[in-house]
Design a protein around this ligand. Sequence first.
Ligand SMILES: NC(=O)c1ccc[n+]([C@@H]2O[C@H](COP(=O)([O-])OP(=O)(O)OC[C@H]3O[C@@H](n4cnc5c(N)ncnc54)[C@H](OP(=O)(O)O)[C@@H]3O)[C@@H](O)[C@H]2O)c1
Length: 344
Amino acid sequence: MGFKVAVVGATGNVGREMLNILEERGFPVSEVVALASRRSQGTEVSFGDKTLKVKALEGYDFSDTDIAVMSAGGNVSKEWSPKIGKQGCVVIDNSSAFRYDPEVPLIVPEVNPDAIEGFSKKNIIANPNCSTAQLVVALKPLHEAATIKRIVVATYQSVSGAGKEGMDELFTQTRAVFVADPVEAKKFTKRIAFNVIPHIDVFMEDGSTKEEWKMVAETKKMLDPKIKLTATCVRVPVFIGHSEAVNVEFEKPITADEARDILREAPGCLVIDKREDGGYITPIESAGEDATYISRIREDSTLDNALNMWIVSDNLRKGAALNAVQIAELLIERGLIQPKKKAA
Ligand SMILES: NC(=O)c1ccc[n+]([C@@H]2O[C@H](COP(=O)([O-])OP(=O)(O)OC[C@H]3O[C@@H](n4cnc5c(N)ncnc54)[C@H](OP(=O)(O)O)[C@@H]3O)[C@@H](O)[C@H]2O)c1
């Protein structure tokens, strides 16, 4: 017996990856429905060797759907997720709309699987921001071993984190540079081709950006409210794969060798850390992969009990679609969801 799954935002970067991952992992589906805006109604998306015709979200009846994975942005989610949840369909939401709601679990299955139990209050489970997901996968096992006090992180985030328009803008601007056309910035606040932009999401009153604030709030919610985190989030001209330069201060001593050994055994983590040319991961190699990669693990000689490391993952997979599918798998594993009886 399988589940009826609706992928909302199926024509987008995350939605397409969601369809790939549901198929790749053999998720037990009875039916998959692809939903997007009215603009995309009737267009086609692939699900394995099948082609699905996209339907409009507006007016769609979720009463016989078991799981809706939402990746259509925060505003769409704010309007639709509560209505879908009330129809008895469990929503797994990729947007930031419900992440900080105390009645909505924010889940990375390798990190805080037990928190999922509270999902039925709203029938909504939130997926974290892409940069937080990979960070907490790598840091959870180290936190268990040596208790993290403070994290300082600088991100190098790919343009796919800003949706398909972000990828198009990098491509179009790069081509414009080569043919000496004028370079136009529409999606990003400055030119992204051959440049980096230290600004993701809106500015907050204290001078940080919302993206940086999200990393703080989400790390506290999922890993430990006592952890102090400060972030600088930067958009870079990379299509897929977010990278993070991370400095972590621990309460207890931990060496680079110990951290490497712990991370080699940790779920979802892959250590690539040879001190030689190319003995580390770059975002291009992470694209299309499930792992959170950790490289350049070394002791920080300026601070007691502190390590530096380089963490890279495919933002569309562990940062979004893969994590959402793993949440759905966790619901099934724990017997928290049963397929609804479908009309004959
Ligand atoms: N990209 C990442 O790394 C990442 C990571 C974590 C979370 N997320 C979150 O995932 C969501 C989607 O991101 P994305 O990168 O996939 O964006 P995207 O490529 O721009 O795709 C957006 C999707 O939303 C659909 N959509 C837009 N307005 C809609 C409406 N009114 N009703 C129904 N569907 C609508 C679009 O459909 P049309 O094609 O019909 O316009 C499209 O399928 C965002 O909330 C984002 O914050 C993204």
